[in-house]
Design a protein. Structure first.
Length: 293
């Protein structure tokens, strides 16, 4: 268990093969550290939360992921943990993040799974938990439907966290499947992490992602209106960075964002709302949004 928790935070376990500690497997990179963590795990009363806290508060976890020539020379595989590995968000965290920053995440817990819809092209979409009214739809299991039928339910809709999705072997939500949702088998020891073109194409072209980008833009405008803030582009860019990345935008990012929004407004013929939505959609496609650094 300790090795699996370590692999979850650092990309690779102290013992690289999570399911094999035998003589034929690769030996642990830090056997004494693995023994020490195991002892701490026992002393904490087998508390998984305590292990998460211990690892995430360590200096090793808080290292930069920047790769230097010295790192490549001494520890090219990073088995000695000379740096923090750059890790992409898994499928559930990515989908939840998209919903959260766009203001479309429902925190409702428990109950039956959220149903999915399979259109004639094979796209598997998730029905919302409720609409703006809010009409509960989690208890229904729709028949196969067309994408146009599904899109009619998306106006001002909210979705629960990905843990509450309905999963079947032949009906895994397309976004989850594209971003390496683990195989639904009895012996899936670890999740693959791939970087393939369908992932970028989905974030670029998927209608649901575009709708969430528009909701993100609407949320930013609502914050500006509620707090009576200046409506200039730099204010919008800084709010977007604070919401999406939990940090303020740098001077260079503010300058670049301002220039980008000006160009987008020209491209959209003065439609500032569409320009902001396009900028938010661009943020969804950045490495900073997709990867944990």
């Amino acid at each position: 268990m300790v090795n699996r928790i370590f692999a979850r935070h650092f990309g690779t376990g102290l013992a690289a093969d999570l399911g094999n500690f035998g003589r034929q497997a690769e030996p642990p990179s830090h056997p004494q550290l693995l023994d020490w963590l195991s002892l701490k795990f026992i002393q904490s009363g087998w508390s998984i939360k305590a292990m998460h806290r211990l690892m995430m508060n360590s200096k090793t976890y808080q290292q930069s992921s920047r790769v230097t020539d010295q790192h490549q020379k001494i520890d090219s595989r990073n088995r000695l943990l000379a740096r923090m590995p750059l890790q992409r968000l898994d499928a559930e965290a990515l989908r939840d993040s998209l919903l959260f920053v766009s203001g479309r995440l429902s925190l409702a817990a428990g109950g039956v799974p959220d149903a999915v819809s399979v259109d004639r092209d094979g796209l598997v979409s998730v029905y919302p938990s409720y609409s703006s009214e809010p009409e509960q739809v989690t208890s229904r299991t729709p028949d196969k439907t067309t994408s146009s039928d599904f899109e009619q339910t998306l106006t001002a809709s909210y979705w629960r966290r990905s843990i509450y999705l309905q999963y079947r072997r032949t009906e895994i939500a397309t976004m989850m499947d594209t971003f390496d949702y683990p195989q639904m088998g009895p012996n899936c020891l670890e999740r693959p992490v791939s970087t393939v073109s369908p992932q970028a194409l989905m974030l670029l072209n998927d209608k649901h992602v575009h709708d969430l980008a528009q909701s993100f833009a609407d949320r930013i405008l609502s914050i500006i209106e509620t707090r009576n803030l200046d409506k200039n582009n730099r204010t919008k860019v800084d709010l977007i960075y604070r919401t999406a990345f939990s940090r303020s935008a740098s001077h260079g990012e503010l300058e670049l964002g301002d220039q980008t929004l000006r160009k987008l407004e020209l491209a959209w013929r003065g439609n500032s709302s569409q320009a902001l939505a396009t900028y938010c959609h661009t943020i969804f496609n950045t490495a900073a949004f997709l990867y944990v650094d």
